[in-house]
Design a protein around this ligand. Sequence first.
Ligand code: AMP
Length: 417
Amino acid sequence: MTTKRQQSLINQIIIDKNVIIILRKEVFMKTIKDFDLKGKTVIIRADLNVPIENGKIMDDFRIKQSIKTIEYAITNGANVVIMSHLGKVKEESDKVKYTLRPVAKRIEELINEKVTFVPFTRGGELEKAIKENKIVLMENTRFEDLNGKLESNNDYELGKYWASLGDLFINDAFGTSHRAHASNLGISSNIESGIGFLMENELKTINNALKKPKRPFVVILGGAKVSDKIGVIENLVKKADYILIGGGMAFTFIKAFGFSVGSSLVDNDNIEFCKRILDEYPEKIILPIDVIKAKTKNDEGIECFINEIKEDEIGFDIGPRTIKLFKQYLLESKTIIWNGPVGMFEVKQFSNGTRKLCEILSKIDALKIAGGGDTAAAINEFGYTSAFSHISTGGGATLVLLEGKKLVGLKAIKWNF
Ligand code: AMP
């Protein structure tokens, strides 16, 4: 009697012209394709955390990205229970703002099948709906945070209860996979589990780019704070050929370089870190040479070199010479990873740097990966979504991968040996 493990090795051996070739089957986390779904109730943890204003979904990117796994499960004979968080639920009144009800409608439109929305996160009505319907969307998992942060603190009993609602768990919520919550780690610790297509695609695309980047490999980092990206800089500065730094975080580097940055965003606790990185990798870190400055974000922007920012002025965007400089590094590159807008892109007069960067990237033939909620929002707003090879649905989770670390929410998922 061969064990499952032995059989999988046998499957990898092909006898060809008396030569035994051992084909290494890809060893990866179990995915939805590794399971027989027929007749099963599959719990799918999706990331349906989308902006909703007055019941209207403002951006359905994450919902659309989640559909493939849901459709695959249904097509292969499963009933599905979809779970997701939405926003941060801190008080009872947040329940109105953060209900997943509008999302159920949107999924219904996208898959053209009835989706039964259950306005509870536990109890008889939920259990009955699961028994009687093919597709159920459960209410926001974070409603359980009102009873003592049960979801966000990965309460054991809650994870076990949610696991009891199905036969198999598929984690497709990349955006929360850097957190240990009851709806990811909790469920997967209690039931057979795998990952969905979105998660597989995110992990493979980002990890492969980091493992074997085609060179030159250029990283663009922006956003507000250096502190969020210390681990990323530490890891990527060793792997990348260049790191182009823009956004608010550039000013901590510029200050560390010895220039006065006026009233721009500065992370004083990390000046020493920036100094060390600049000393150790002077040829790899590329900083802005000019900026668009103003006294407040409501004023007109003025172009200036980085040594011309006065005490009461703030740098809000990279300037045209920096855009040209960054372009020189990007033109030849074969792998580009971008995380964080290079300016305050939400404000029209400071959006040019981020917009121009999108335009430059759209003309470059390279593997182009963008991550982070704001970066994805900017790319979307400026109409360059199709110019990228991959736009990650996760912010924090992408940063954890870029730091070269493991995602804690996936810890209990077994591998396909
Ligand atoms: P993060 O969440 O760290 O990726 O930061 C994104 C935010 O950084 C966006 O809301 C941008 O408006 C903001 N940002 C980018 N550049 C600047 C800047 N120079 N000054 C202030 N905020 C900025």
